[in-house]
Design a protein around this ligand. Structure first.
Ligand code: 4AD
Ligand code: MG
Length: 463
């Protein structure tokens, strides 16, 4: 008989149905004449309560094995539950243990564990309530993202992980090489001889799929890429990872206004979808992790985001009745504390800051007519700060060449990117959503390392 998922049974299982489930024991309670076992298979936060009575074969021996973490398969009949807390439970007729988990050595026990401790057992933490809920919500966010773009006719394109160009021009890239690091070939001038390396030139893990997404947008009009990106920045914060996922739409024939409109509709769609599909998990976050999570979701869905030029944002920050650690003045980048002040304290909702000074933004952003600012937009979220970064792109060849040079980048390296401006150039725009920051924002989880199954951060790569 095919096995059933516990979420489905809890939702629509009926008394007298015979079913088989497979999963892991969360808790066991032994009474004199029977035992209760809570079984979880990851399909929902709620467990299925299984009732074992001594008439099942090998009862005493089996019950002994059913400690937290033990894997099993159980068949039986659903019955209406006489106790509070669940609608139905499973009266077992047969039970098979796949693998025991010794309570002396199994690190997960019924008590609450700290997230720091759970990070040390990254291979087991997905079996906890909180991480289980996080990864279900993460899955729902990803599904919502595809649904949003597919419904609007965007083509999902797959941009490369290994690249030879630095999209952000910030030099925060991990090198990819097959050279023997103990015996690196050098040129006459004692530089590394990359002609001997795998690709014949320096290669890196990508920091963003944007440049390649622009290539595809110049053929398909509206595209998006969704994949892992890598940053070798030594930021040990609760909002930075060395490997994180990014969603990057790119639209031809689109300006900054259209870019912001899409980004706002996009976030609203994801929140709506997750509230609907993961209501149990979202309730859990609201109760146990951050009691503003549901109000925040409601706020995102129902309120227009604030839109505000950088220059205005600076004025507001200068007037703020708050001591900031970092200086505020026109021309300086906003720090996380400034971003949070705007979104959290001042507007109490997401704020889209636009038109940043040219000096603090990437080379590809379109220069505004004032020659001082670029058509950039960052969406700042309460508690998280920057969650989306985007811009209208510079579509004018000469301006783009000038910007590349001004930033000290090698124009030769970007020849194909410049070709897009030589052949059928169009105004276009796009943005990048930090996927883990979204999941953090959605769930209220404090640390970004707890919303990705296998976090990579400085000195962190065990699992
Ligand atoms: O603002 P960023 O650097 O923008 C880009 O990479 C553009 N190429 C995107 C585009 O226009 N297509 O990064 C985009 C988002 C940020 O807003 C932030 O949410 C997230 O990526 N992000 C990080 N998330 C986790 N850890 C890090 N180290 C991150 N760096 C950026
Ligand atoms: Mg940014």
């Amino acid at each position: 008989m095919a096995t059933q998922r516990i979420a489905e049974l809890l939702r629509s299982g009926q008394p007298d149905e015979t079913v088989t489930v497979q999963g892991w024991v969360r808790t066991k309670r032994e009474l004199k004449d029977f035992a209760f076992v809570e079984v979880n298979d990851g399909s929902s936060m709620a467990n299925l309560q299984v009732v074992l009575s001594p008439d099942i074969p090998d009862y005493a021996n089996l019950v002994k094995q059913l400690n937290t973490g033990t894997s099993l398969e159980v068949s039986g009949t659903l019955v209406a539950s006489p106790a509070k807390g669940q609608r139905i439970e499973l009266k077992a007729s047969t039970l098979k243990v796949y693998g025991e988990a010794n309570p002396e050595t199994y690190p997960l026990q019924k008590k609450r564990h700290s997230f720091e401790f759970l990070r040390e057992i990254g291979h087991l933490r997905a079996r906890t309530n909180t991480l289980g809920a996080v990864f279900r919500v993460r899955n729902a966010c990803a599904t919502a993202i595809h649904e949003f773009f597919q419904e609007r006719g965007f083509l999902w394109v797959h941009t490369p992980i290994i690249t030879s160009s630095d999209c952000e021009g910030a030099g925060e890239m991990f090198a990819v090489t097959s050279l023997d690091l103990k015996n690196v070939p050098v040129t006459e001038s004692k530089d590394i001889d990359y002609s001997k390396d795998f690709f014949g030139k320096p290669a890196y893990l990508t920091v963003s799929g944007q440049l390649e997404a622009e290539v595809m947008a110049m053929a398909f009009s509206n595209v998006y890429t969704f994949g892992p990106t890598f940053r070798a920045e030594n930021s040990n914060t609760s909002r930075h990872l060395a490997e994180f996922w990014m969603v990057e739409p790119e639209m031809a024939f689109c300006d900054l206004q259209g870019d912001m409109d899409l980004a706002e509709a996009f976030l609203k769609h994801i929140f709506k979808y997750v509230l609907e599909k993961c209501s149990e998990d979202m309730e859990f976050f609201n109760q146990r992790i951050d009691n503003t999570v549901l109000a925040t979701a409601d706020n995102i869905i129902n309120n227009q985001f604030e839109r505000l030029p950088y220059t205005e944002a600076i004025k507001l920050l200068e007037k703020a009745d708050k001591q900031f650690e970092y200086p505020v003045s026109w021309g300086l980048d906003l720090q996380s504390e400034h971003e949070r002040y705007l979104a959290e304290d001042l507007f109490k909702k997401p704020v889209i800051v636009t038109d940043y000074p040219v000096g603090i933004k990437a080379f590809y952003m379109r220069l505004n007519d004032d020659d001082k600012t670029v058509a950039a937009m960052d969406i700042l979220a309460p508690k998280i700060g920057e969650i989306i970064g985007g811009s209208q792109r510079e579509e004018r060849l000469e301006v783009l060449e000038r910007r590349l040079k001004a930033q000290g980048l090698d124009v030769e390296n970007y020849w194909w990117y410049l070709d897009l401006r030589r052949f059928g150039t169009v105004p276009h725009a796009g943005f990048g959503l930090g996927f883990e920051r979204l999941v953090q924002f959605m769930t209220g989880m404090q640390n970004i390392r707890d919303v990705i199954p296998f976090p990579r951060a400085p000195l962190t790569i065990e699992f």
